[in-house]
Ligand binder design. Structure first.
Ligand SMILES: C[S@@+](CC[C@H](N)C(=O)[O-])C[C@H]1O[C@@H](n2cnc3c(N)ncnc32)[C@H](O)[C@@H]1O
Length: 384
């Protein structure tokens, strides 16, 4: 049997799971999904999950240390707090069945044990869940208790999503265009969904560069294109800010150009992955009725069609695209672009990131944004 890990999923669980699966495949780590819900996924892995620092959509990852059937038994605290033997700042989060009861039981037991071991202890109390931002900010050692079907898993948190860093990249970069920009969390998820660990990443609708920023931190060589000449110095400025802020080297080339004439700007067969959110239509104050949604879609369709053809040319064989398209929830019925057909017509194959797992999902993956009154469809396509 392999090692068990708990993943505390983010606000869009299906997307979080798809990202984790893609990351594990990228890192060639065999896994099987033992349980999943809106909150928690329990995975059995053949080794420690690779590439955790790349995650955008998972709040916590914890390594299961003890498993109990019928009540919590004794634990070895050194396994839960390997780095701190003189003093410990710890907290407990509990998920699944009997969460309140388990949280209390584990907190009490750990406090007593540490006291008897003469370890100075500060317990950060929380009725059920310690918020991930608090754990990141206060550097709290966390124990997770998860109960399912009468079995209790006790785990040590080994990764926490740091919302302050993500917010900094969203809100503190010098050039912001919130009506255009994709959240860094989603940018990261999309980069991971493309499933290419390294290489040249192109965003042909780069705007102020939110996707390029995340990709730069993840070590890709960056190429950006935008038709609007105002975006180019803004995007470059944001990448220079990132370099200073995170003390990293970056290789980037951002130029003004039309993504519908890709061949003029990008040498064919030179790009490993394309991750992009093209123009999604005008910002809307309220959900459009069916006729209006249909009109927006019919205006966007030729643009997406042409852009996909250019993307196919730009990619190397084996290259991948992760791309957003809009879906409007008109009251009557959702209106969408039908990207799968457009992609197949351009030569791509449609990739299901959750294929081969037990997880059924609505295809394509979706992400909801209040701001645009639309739903983002998130597609992965491959050039075989
Ligand atoms: C939704 S925004 C992209 C946001 C970007 N991913 C970010 O987070 O900053 C779409 C961008 O596409 C650009 N654009 C629209 N049509 C284009 C075209 N034909 N070629 C290149 N860029 C285009 C717009 O100027 C805009 O900056």
């Amino acid at each position: 049997m392999g090692q068990l890990y708990l993943f505390r999923l983010g606000k869009n669980p299906e997307l979080s799971i798809a990202e984790v699966v893609s990351l594990l495949r990228m890192g060639s780590a065999g896994f099987s999904i033992r349980h999943y819900s809106e909150e928690i996924m329990l995975l059995e892995l053949e080794r420690r999950p690779p590439l955790l620092e790349r995650l955008g959509g998972t709040l916590k990852v914890a390594e299961v240390i003890d498993t109990f059937d019928g009540g919590i038994g004794d634990i070895d605290t050194a396994k839960y707090f390997p780095d701190a033997r003189q003093s410990v700042v710890f907290g407990v989060s509990a998920y699944g069945d009997n969460a309140g009861q388990n949280s209390q039981a584990v907190s009490g037991m750990v406090k007593d044990k540490l006291k008897s071991e003469r370890v100075r202890t500060s317990h950060i109390h929380s009725p059920l869940e310690l918020e991930h931002g608090k754990i990141a900010r206060k550097k709290i050692s966390e124990i997770i208790a998860f109960e399912n079907d009468g079995r209790i898993y006790l785990a040590r948190t080994i990764f926490v999503h740091d919302p302050f860093e993500f917010r900094k990249r969203d809100m503190k970069k010098p050039h912001q265009r919130h009506e255009l920009a994709i959240p860094p969390r989603l940018a990261r998820i999309m980069i991971n969904l493309a499933g290419k660990r390294s290489g040249v990443l192109l965003d042909p609708f780069c705007g102020v560069g939110s996707i390029l920023q995340e990709a730069g931190l993840m070590g890709y060589q960056l190429k950006g294109l935008d038709r609007n000449s105002n975006r180019i110095p803004e995007c470059r400025g944001n990448l220079e800010w990132l370099k200073k802020e995170y003390k990293i080297g970056l290789s980037h080339r951002v130029i003004c150009g039309d993504a519908l004439r890709m061949g003029q700007y990008v040498e064919p067969g030179t790009v490993d992955l394309i991750v992009t959110e093209p123009y999604l239509g005008p910002s809307l104050r309220k959900t459009p009725h069916s006729a209006k949604a249909f009109k927006i879609i019919s205006i966007l369709k030729p643009m997406y069609e042409e852009a996909l053809k250019g993307m196919f040319q730009a990619l190397k064989k084996g290259g991948r695209v992760c791309i957003v398209s809009p879906r409007f929830h008109s009251k009557e019925r959702p209106t969408r672009l039908g990207m799968e057909n457009l992609a197949e017509n351009a030569g791509f194959s449609v990739i299901d990131p959750l294929k081969g797992t037990s997880i059924g999902h609505e295809r394509p993956l979706l992400d909801f944004t209040e701001r645009h009154r639309l739903i983002r469809e998130i597609h992965v396509f491959g050039k075989d």
